[in-house]
Every structure is written in structure tokens, then in C-alpha cells.
Unconditional design. Sequence first.
Length: 183
Amino acid sequence: MKLRALLPICVTGAAAIGLFYAYGVAAPARRVRELSSALAERNNNIRLARNSIERTRELECECASIRTQLASRGDVLASPLVLFPEQMTRHFRQFGIENVTTRVNTGLKDPELPGYQRTFWSVAVPLSGSQNEVDRALLAFSDLESANPFLRVHTVTAFADSEVKVLGGRRAMVTVSVLTHQF
């Protein structure tokens, strides 16, 4: 009779031990495995994104050389999409700044001038930490409008950029618009 009385206690105890193992010991280990798998997937996505960014930068450099070739032809009717990045490269080179990246953002019709539009561009300038280079970049930014009367400077920002390996990882960005024929 004592054995029959102990049986429910033993079954309950075994069930409690089983639950403790399932939710107290095995669950955190399972969660660690799930999180490790998710982390590995995220790291793979980051690696793929970095590779895409690097490939984009390589293509931008190739495009810059093609733009230089087109600009050297002296084709007056060439699109501003081709000529403007080269103009920015030349402008900043006058101030001793290399590796300028120019990207078109958008074009908006100018309501006051039919047949013309304002094309908005982002011009990225890599910076070192030296005060001399920052001064040259600011001087180049301030000279943009006087060098081109159809250009307007809208914003200038500076920030740390971990993707910029050149010159200490800092970048300045200027947003400009240029008045052009609609295309």
C-alpha cells in the first residue's frame, strides 16, 4: 500500500523534473542556438551589403573616367547628367580635394521658367581630420555659386562615415541644384 501511495508522488516528481529540464535548462540553450543562427544570417547580410557598396564605389570610379573621356570631347550638347559630376571633380580639385562623389537626386520643373528644371545633386567630399582640409572644403563649397551662376547650394553637412576608409572616415556632403533644360 505504501508503494501505491508513492507512485503518484514519483510521477509528479518526474513530470516536474521533465518540465524543469524543458523550460529551465533546454529552453535557454535552444534560444542561444536560435539567436546564434539569426546573428550569423545578419552578419552575412551585412557582408553582402558591404560588398554591394564596394562594387558601387568601383562603378562610380569607372563612370568618372568615362565622364572625363566624354567631357574631353568637348560635346556641348552632352547631358548635365554626364558633365556635372566632372565639373564637380574639377572644381574641388582646384582646392586640392580628390575622390569627390557626385550623385543626382531628382529633377523638378521650374514653374517660373518653362522648359527648364532644377536638378538636385549630392556631392560627397571625403575629409581628413586636419583643419587645413576642412578649411579648403568650406572654401570650395562657398565658391560653388560664384563659379556657376546657375547653381544653388542648399545644404552642407559633415559626418563620420565608417564606410569611408580614405582619410580617416569623415565626409562632408553638399546638396546643390542646377538650372538646366528639361531632359
